[in-house]
Design a protein around this ligand. Structure first.
Ligand SMILES: *[C@@H]1O[C@H](CO)[C@@H](O)[C@H](O)[C@H]1NC(C)=O
Ligand SMILES: *[C@@H]1O[C@H](CO)[C@@H](O)[C@H](O)[C@H]1NC(C)=O
Ligand SMILES: *[C@@H]1O[C@H](CO)[C@@H](O)[C@H](O)[C@H]1NC(C)=O
Ligand SMILES: *[C@@H]1O[C@H](CO)[C@@H](O)[C@H](O)[C@H]1NC(C)=O
Length: 381
């Protein structure tokens, strides 16, 4: 079948005035970002919108034309179900270079329980860089607190579900964050962070490394049979050779983010594998294995940009060391920036000069020393 590439949005019943209703915030978001390619400001072409999966509604037939004066979407909250959200996000353009001009943004996706104890540090990090980043927060739904008005975190919580440590619900939350962030076409890089993460460099450096990485994603990827089950071969054709393990904390590009959100092949098997098992650690296997089975090859740097101290003398069981206020020095930050105990930070063959962009885990009491050290040790604030 031949497709007219200039007219991908055909009205199925010409002449009938039908508006395909999308959830309002998403509609505004997409329109304000130019999701509908080639759209003009005329009402006629607005009615030509056709999204096959959206139920037509005859109720509204006088849509106001989209204009550039639409207010920016300040809230990340919406009323879509996960199913609707994933359907939408799966249709969002995957590649950079969509035919309109924009400045590539970095999506900072915070997967947290509730409070963000280090929020003031991040606020200083983001200050003055509006328009170059987006923030998304996935918190335990029972959490009722909110960052104060005026904070860049205010209203950035997405509709969230309960998660359990070591469970597949963590991967669900990660995919939910990615799906929300994909809806903003300006987002080109997607970094997953926790409430105990800190930035190690100032914003321009972090953004430059992420957007200038030649399209590489940073998903730690270690070949190991650990936690592999034959179920993965049976259901999804994932052999043990292609099975991977890695840090949960990833930084990916749009293409890999979109694969994770649209994945109907591998994720269902991860979910099945975790059924009835509280501790399946899917969060340490899903993204690395996805990149592996998709043949991501050199488009994955195979390492994470988020430092954690796993030294056996300093870690506690299955958790890396939590840094407390008493050990916070410029020297510690410098050591972590240089690669901590790991030392080798090659980046697609060449030395990038930057080993890690973020680090965990930092206890709430490190806020004050971090704010004090940030100008000298991290270059902001
Ligand atoms: C969600 O729906 C409720 C009730 O229909 C409405 O009051 C609320 O404003 C909606 N929220 C968003 C973000 O659209
Ligand atoms: C299964 O995966 C292998 C690579 O490990 C590939 O060569 C083969 O074509 C796949 N089979 C199917 C049915 O997808
Ligand atoms: C990452 O690992 C894959 C194998 O899983 C390899 O093909 C690829 O070249 C590696 N990426 C880099 C940047 O070396
Ligand atoms: C560190 O990277 C270099 C390449 O830049 C490599 O030759 C060397 O083997 C690596 N060392 C370790 C311990 O991985």
């Amino acid at each position: 079948m031949k497709t007219d590439r200039n007219k991908p949005l055909a009205l199925p019943h010409p002449g009938r005035v039908v508006l395909y209703v999308l959830p309002l915030p998403v509609a505004l978001l997409f329109l304000s970002l130019g999701f509908v390619l080639g759209m003009t400001t005329s009402t006629a072409s607005f009615q030509n919108l056709y999204f096959p999966f959206v139920t037509p509604s005859p109720s509204a037939n006088k849509p106001s034309p989209p204009t550039s004066s639409l207010p920016p979407m300040s809230s990340a909250m919406h009323n879509m179900t996960d199913e609707e959200l994933f359907r939408w996000a799966s249709t969002a353009p995957r590649l950079d270079g969509t035919p309109y001009h924009r400045v590539p943004k970095v999506a900072f996706m915070f997967l947290v329980r509730g409070d963000l104890p280090l929020r003031p540090l991040w606020e200083r990090f983001f200050e003055g860089h509006e328009g170059l980043y987006s923030i998304y927060v996935h918190a335990n739904p029972s959490y009722t607190g909110s960052p104060p008005r005026g904070s860049v975190f205010h209203g950035r919580t997405i509709p969230s579900q309960r998660t359990a440590w070591g469970g597949v619900t963590l991967v669900e939350a990660e995919r939910r964050l990615l799906a929300n962030a994909l809806l903003d076409l300006g987002n080109e890089r997607f970094a997953l962070l926790s409430e105990s993460c800190i930035p190690l460099y100032n914003f321009p450096t972090v953004r430059a490394v992420l957007t200038g990485s030649g399209g590489a994603s940073f998903v730690e990827s270690i070949a190991t049979p650990a936690r592999y089950r034959p179920l993965f071969a049976a259901r999804s054709n994932v052999s043990v050779e292609r099975w991977r393990k890695g840090s949960q904390w990833f930084e990916v590009d749009r293409a890999l983010a979109a694969e994770a959100v649209a994945d109907g092949t591998y994720f269902p098997t991860f979910r099945e594998n975790c059924a009835g098992e509280r501790f399946c650690v899917a969060d340490e296997h899903y993204m690395p294995t996805l990149a592996s089975v998709l043949g991501w090859g050199r488009r994955n740097a195979n390492r994470t940009l988020t430092f954690a101290d796993w030294d056996p003398k300093r870690r506690t069981g299955s958790h890396p060391r939590t840094h407390g206020a008493e050990e916070l020095t410029e020297e510690l930050i410098g050591r972590i920036r240089r690669g901590g105990t790991r030392g080798n930070c090659t980046f697609n063959d060449g030395a990038s000069g930057v080993c890690f962009l973020f680090a965990r885990k930092f206890a709430p009491d490190t806020l004050e020393p971090l704010l004090r050290l940030a100008p000298k040790a991290m270059g902001f604030g």
